[in-house]
Ligand binder design. Structure first.
Ligand code: MEV
Length: 452
């Protein structure tokens, strides 16, 4: 039986089916539902504009429908003296609200100060060389410039824009005999640069092998060099941006209906960041909050959030222990809070110019170049972290979450505007839960309309 079911679930040539047949096949073999109903449901999320849908379908494969995620705006971000309204794509309630609140808070306190520290990207040619390491290192140093010249046809346009291959080095790994790596460094200006870097690396690999084989320096066995793989590294610790805020402690104001003074807030806040610096369990959640902000802008601008995520977490581990990405200090009556993160993104090429909403996102931020976008993204991460810690050390996180949770539950029960207003007043000082909201609405609507 199980075997028969598994056989029905296998398919050849799925990608060649049209969209309708793909959905029907899915409905029949996995959802056990009426294919027409499933088709209707999936079709509801298609774009009305056929060309726009074609464009979206082209971003991926075997596309059945679209998966909408809210696109929100966090206004009032003062960054380096300029006001931004920042597009944020996220499905998590409270994220945009927290970023907006933090932005508004710092708007009156000098705003955010953000600066790119470095913009270097990295790529690797991994290869096997069964010979004398010293010979290889000497030879590599002698052909470095030739390797660079050998990719001129790929780099010439990038060079016109101010980028190109910066440098490269040969690295040995004693724990893996005969394995070596060319680690190459690139400047890709406003593009994320993945295709550019990978093309250069593949050419480096080919050239390296050819040159070793043509050289009289190596004996026959040493000439059997194998290129294992050529690929960029998403770890870019030298593509770094810093964002910070500071103000007098007394300017922080008072919090949670005057239950916490500015001094106590500053002390608790600094302590909360220190805890994330010393404890990896807390650091993970602390950094997750930062990534709530960072990812939502990375996604809104059509950039690769998986690349940014993997890089940021490796960076958070650079000392050998996973730690906080942000830091806080209270010194001489000044509160200072800052973040340094590697953010490898682009503002040209890829989805940034293909996805209509990514284009709009960049436009509404004044079409920033990659460095400016790095500064914006790091700032949103810092603002998000500020918002989270502010809630955590004052009211607790649930108060804000519960408000959003209430809105979602009310929507689930199709509450009308008046019911929503009454529920918000009623729950302003009570614990929100699905059953409590259900009971409230049942009472309001009369017991006859029991909500499922
Ligand atoms: C929730 O998505 C993020 C927080 O947990 C972050 C934090 O704890 O700092 C609120």
């Amino acid at each position: 039986m199980e075997q028969e079911a598994n056989e029905n679930k296998q398919v050849a040539g799925f990608s060649k089916l049209n969209k309708r047949d793909k959905i029907y096949w899915l409905a029949k073999n996995f959802l056990y539902a009426n294919p027409v109903d499933v088709f209707k449901e999936f079709a509801e999320y298609w774009h009305d504009n056929i060309e726009a849908q074609k464009l979206l379908d082209g971003f991926s494969e075997n596309t059945l429908t679209n998966f909408p995620v809210p696109f929100g705006l966090a206004p009032n971000f003062l960054i380096n003296g300029k006001i931004y309204a920042i597009p944020m794509v996220t499905e998590e309630s409270s994220v945009v609200a927290a970023a907006s609140n933090a932005a508004k808070f710092w708007l009156d306190r000098g705003g955010f100060h953000s600066k790119v520290i470095s913009t270097t990207k990295v790529g690797q040619v991994h290869f096997q060389y069964p010979g004398d390491p010293e010979k290889l290192f000497r030879f590599f140093n002698s052909i470095k410039d030739e390797l660079k010249d050998g990719v001129k046809k790929i780099t010439q346009n990038m060079e016109k824009r101010g980028g190109g291959v910066l440098d490269m080095e040969l690295i040995a790994f004693p724990e893996e005999p005969n394995y070596y790596q060319i680690r190459a460094y690139f400047e890709t200006v406003d593009s994320m640069g993945a295709n550019f870097i990978n093309s250069c690396l593949e050419e480096f690999g080919k050239l390296l092998r050819e040159k070793i084989q043509q050289s009289v320096v190596f004996n026959d066995s040493e000439k059997s060099v194998e290129i294992i793989m050529c690929i960029l590294s998403n770890y870019t610790p030298e593509c770094l941006v810093r964002s910070e805020v500071f103000c007098k402690v007394s300017e922080l104001g008072s919090f949670a209906n005057n239950t916490i003074s500015a001094e106590e807030f500053a002390w608790k806040f600094e302590r909360a960041v220190r805890i994330a610096c010393i404890d990896s369990y807390r650091a993970t959640t602390h950094n997750k909050g930062i990534m709530n902000g960072i990812d939502s802008v990375v996604i809104a601008t059509g950039n690769d959030f998986r690349a940014v995520e993997s890089c940021v977490h490796t960076y958070a581990c650079r000392s050998g222990k996973y730690t906080s990405l942000s830091n806080a200090k209270v010194e001489n009556g000044i509160f200072k809070f800052w973040i340094e993160v590697p953010i490898a993104i682009g503002t040209v090429g890829g989805l940034t110019s293909l996805h209509p909403l990514a284009k709009r996102s960049l436009e509404l931020m004044g079409n920033p170049n990659a460095k400016q976008l790095m500064e914006i993204i790091a700032t949103v991460g810092l603002a998000q972290n500020f918002g989270a810690i502010r809630s955590l050390v004052t009211t607790g996180i649930q108060a804000g979450h519960m408000k959003m949770h209430l809105t979602n539950i009310l929507a689930q029960f199709q509450a009308n505007e008046q019911e929503e207003a009454e529920a918000k007043t009623f729950f302003s000082n009570k614990v929100v839960s699905v059953s409590a909201v259900r009971e409230f609405l049942e009472n309001l609507r009369g017991k006859s309309s029991i909500i499922a």
